[in-house]
Write a protein that binds this ligand. Sequence first.
Ligand code: BGC
Length: 457
Amino acid sequence: MGSDNEIKPADDSGSTVYVFLVCIVAAVGGLLFGFDTAVIAGTIPFITKHFGLSATMLGLTVTSVLVGCVFGAAFAGTFSDRFGRKKVLLACAALFAVSAIGSAISRNLAELIIARFIGGLGVGAASMLSPMYIAEISPARIRGRLVSLNQLTIVIGILVAFFVGFWLKDIPDTNWRWMFGSEALPAVLFLLFLLAVPESPRWLTKQQREDEALAILTRVGGQNRAKAEIVEIKDAIAHEENSISQLFHPGMRVALTIGVVLAILQQITGINVVMYYAPKIFAAAGSTVNASLLQTVVVGAANLIFTLVAIWVVDKFGRKALLLIGSAGMGICLTLLGGAFHYGKLEGPWVLLFVLGYVACFAGSLGPVVWVLMSEIFPTRIRGRAMSISTVCLWIACSLITVTFPIMLEKLDAMVTFGIYAVMCAVTFLFVLLVVPETKGKTLEQIEKYWMKQKRA
Ligand code: BGC
């Protein structure tokens, strides 16, 4: 990046409890994302028995939510560019509630699969809209931190789902119904809280609703800052071309490539192999069922703790530093893990330690930072659609990894399987080092200008 290409940091001193509260409400979308994708784990033994599921049908039931995610993410961008971020987030909350209740009262497998698919639509849409909305309302200087809140709630959602599964398992016959149904409560709360948050000021400006946008920005950052920011937003919008073809212009092509590649790398470096199959990995290393479940909780806790670390440092150290340190650490831990399996060094705490190290490195880097970057690198007019494309790729990559891991473990040995993910970590390291720009402390409009300069270069 040449010096005249540098994105100058914004001089932004505004910040309030208000913007923090608004972002927490939006981040409940992340909580439901985490809960919804993880709740299935606890229900598996019970739905398998209740519906007499074959392995294929179980696979279909588990995957139905991921298929919904792909469609949800695909449509959320266009809808949110057209109708606004808030309206589509409200629709997500409704989808979550319908899915929770629908899954809980399903009379047959088809109804359950449809209900799970509907939940997936909500997950896919919320997975991109919550971080995007937060990025659009946050002051530049703490934007990374606020968007990372969404990752924190995803991780909390995963943990809560695990505990719900554990607590409700002893209810006779209807336990799985309560597990699915319990999501209705946070979904309805999400809907009610959302009614109280404002629309995105950047989207409002784009709709020529400048007075409303100014009022919100004033509340977030004070009058002076808001006035300057609205000028900046209007200027950025005036220079944007009014068409989807803008997505494929040279500067934007780089931004889109970064969004898509990072989304895919976040998944093909293997995180959900650990998130969805941790007990299986520990069992393969010789742990008892109880011990492997306990180890899984420890993994969840490490995920939570290191997400907090990332939130703390993302706006200080920057996105690039975290991604570089994290991807290097993940690669090293995966190599050691593969080595432990290959050389049969499975006694002692090594497998747990390597998995924990890997998850800690992910939680402190690729977990939050990929969502942060995806929410901030695109211009306002196309942010929805561009983030949609990246998020769709993320969910497709997630589905592929989830489906292929058990097969790879069986057909290749564990060292090759984990080795492949480790190579992907090396690819991530190089990609970040060579291609990803630092966006810490810049307003979304300064980042946009940076791409425009690239276009001319
Ligand atoms: C990823 C999810 C993953 C979660 C784990 C998120 O950033 O997008 O796929 O399950 O982190 O904490």
